[in-house]
Design a protein around this ligand. Structure first.
Ligand code: FAD
Length: 476
């Protein structure tokens, strides 16, 4: 039996960030990853010469130290981009993040006037409103932008991705998504832009898009290069990273983990265990049981996601990094064209697009259970209808499904999560990461969480949990 100071379940960027930090300080670390490669949600598939991320994966952070550390990772070369994205509404491609004048001009005149007035009225009324708790995402949005714009800007897309009304989604999701935005600055920008005339067109060839989304970094051949670089650093410092393994048992009493690799059964002991895997999966592996926790776990859902990749024999379709499609009669949520992220993502003369569809695999009548051909056909039909592509240019499609991609924040999630985390972070166990801690965050936050937890151990702090520690999230 091999012994390690730390065993980490899951080789996503949070676990790898933790492994990097701890091995730098001379600790022994074993990472156990069920997939054939590290990276988790920040993984890149390779298909017939195309490099395919799970939808968009831009790297951006407000934490300068973290950015410098990531950019300095050996072997990782990232290019700086200015985000270009648009949203398809009213049959037009609008700027996104929204520019109010661009949005209002696209709307029917009457709606546009009412929405403008409602927004202005809300700005004034907000000052006199009694402070109340903003419980749902709907409350949060209405408070900020008014009811009319809520119905246009928020409800369609949010209902589409979460399969429920924004009134049923916790305001924490907004906090997670928009913490990085300085809201005062955002409002100031909107009002300032309202006063300017906007003559940009609404078609896909328009190159006059304001890069309001801010800068981000992206590697040459997919986001996979980021987890690979973290793993390389950790391994150079002595970490053992096992991929393609099946963890079969965790004994907290014995402080051991059992896992299967090819034909052999392995046993490793740990001083401390870090779990970055889904909460229910970790609960099932360890020996303690509690009906109360099982009930809470049953109420904590992750949203699953289907990626339909489309390959085309032609030059890029647009100049955008990605496009949003809130209309409910369009099957996909977003379209991400990889050639605009890096020319090395596609073979010469070809382009590829990832269309994503959120679904709950557990729902029997969910699209999750539709066949690949039917999904691809529906995506192509809708994409052609909105003038995005022509089916005659398509040379191939590929469908890939990912379970537990998004923590689903219903209104009561926090209470349930508190119960589960309190139970699982017992003895030598710490939870970590987006999936492991049910925290809707980006890859930078996940790495940051890994570093933060490592710092807790290294500084000898008693509390070896980062649950509810503030790691700033930025919208995407
Ligand atoms: C569609 C989509 C788009 C995104 N876009 C962006 C973006 O543009 N920018 C950005 O910064 N972030 C983005 N993110 C978020 C980013 O992917 C995550 O924050 C980050 O990858 C999470 O890393 P993690 O280590 O916390 O979790 P994970 O990546 O989920 O890592 C958990 C690991 O555990 C492994 N595992 C699971 N079960 C077991 C088991 N039983 N035994 C062993 N291993 C197991 C998994 O395979 C995985 O490798 C996006 C996420 C999604 C889903």
């Amino acid at each position: 039996m091999r012994s390690f100071d730390f065993v980490i379940l899951g080789g996503g960027v949070s676990g790898l960030g933790f492994a990097k930090r701890m091995t730098e300080q001379g600790h022994s670390v074993l990472v156990l990853e069920k997939e054939a490669v590290v990276g988790g949600l920040s993984r890149t598939l390779v298909y017939n010469g195309f490099y395919l991320d799970f939808c968009a994966h831009r790297f951006h952070t407000n934490n300068r130290e973290l950015l410098n550390e990531v950019l300095a990772l050996p072997g990782l070369k990232m290019t700086r981009h200015a985000k270009k994205s648009r949203i398809y509404m009213f049959g037009k491609y609008l700027k996104y993040p929204f520019e109010l004048q661009n949005l209002l001009r696209a709307m029917p005149l009457n709606d546009s006037l009412m929405a403008g007035l409602s927004f202005a009225w809300n700005l004034i009324a907000k000052r006199f409103r009694r402070a109340t708790t903003l419980e749902s995402y709907k409350d949060w949005f209405v408070h900020l932008y008014g009811r009319r714009l809520y119905r246009i800007m928020c409800r369609p897309y949010t209902s589409k991705i979460w399969h429920t009304d924004p009134a049923n989604i916790s305001a924490d999701w907004a906090e997670q998504r928009f913490q990085g935005e300085n809201l005062k600055r955002l409002l100031k920008r909107i009002v300032k832009k309202l006063l300017t005339l906007d003559f940009s067109t609404y078609n896909l060839d328009d190159d006059s898009l304001a890069p309001d989304g801010g800068p981000f970094y992206y590697p040459r051949r997919g986001i996979q290069e980021l987890p690979d670089a973290l793993a390389k650093c950790a391994m150079e410092n002595g970490a053992v990273i096992e991929t393609g393994v099946t963890v079969t048992d965790v004994s907290l009493g014995e402080q051991t983990v059992t896992y299967a690799r090819s034909e052999s059964q392995e046993l490793a002991s740990f001083g401390h265990l870090i779990s970055t895997i889904p909460l229910g999966a970790f609960y099932a592996l360890q020996e303690r049981r509690s009906p109360e926790v099982e009930q809470a776990l049953a109420g904590l859902r992750y949203m699953d996601i289907i990626f339909v990749y489309v390959f085309l024999e032609r030059a890029p379709l647009s100049n955008d990094h990605w496009l949003y499609f809130p209309d409910s009669d369009i099957v996909f949520n977003r379209a991400v064209e990889f050639a605009n992220w890096s020319p090395d993502m596609c073979p010469p003369g070809k382009t590829s697009v990832c269309f994503d569809i959120t679904a709950f695999a557990d729902d029997r009548d969910s699209l999750w259970h539709a066949g690949d051909e039917a999904l691809a056909a529906q995506v192509l039909q809708d994409a052609e209808r909105v003038g995005y592509l022509q089916r005659s240019d398509v040379c191939d499609t590929y469908v890939f499904r990912v379970r537990q991609a998004y923590p689903y924040y219903d209104l009561a999630y926090k209470e349930k999560l508190d119960t589960v985390v309190q139970f699982l972070e017992h003895g030598p166990v710490s939870l970590l990461g987006r999936t492991g801690m049910f925290q809707y965050n980006n890859s930078d936050n996940s790495i940051e969480m890994g570093f933060l937890l490592a710092d807790r151990f290294l500084s000898g702090e008693k509390r070896r949990s980062i649950y509810q520690a503030t790691v700033k999230a930025v919208s995407y």
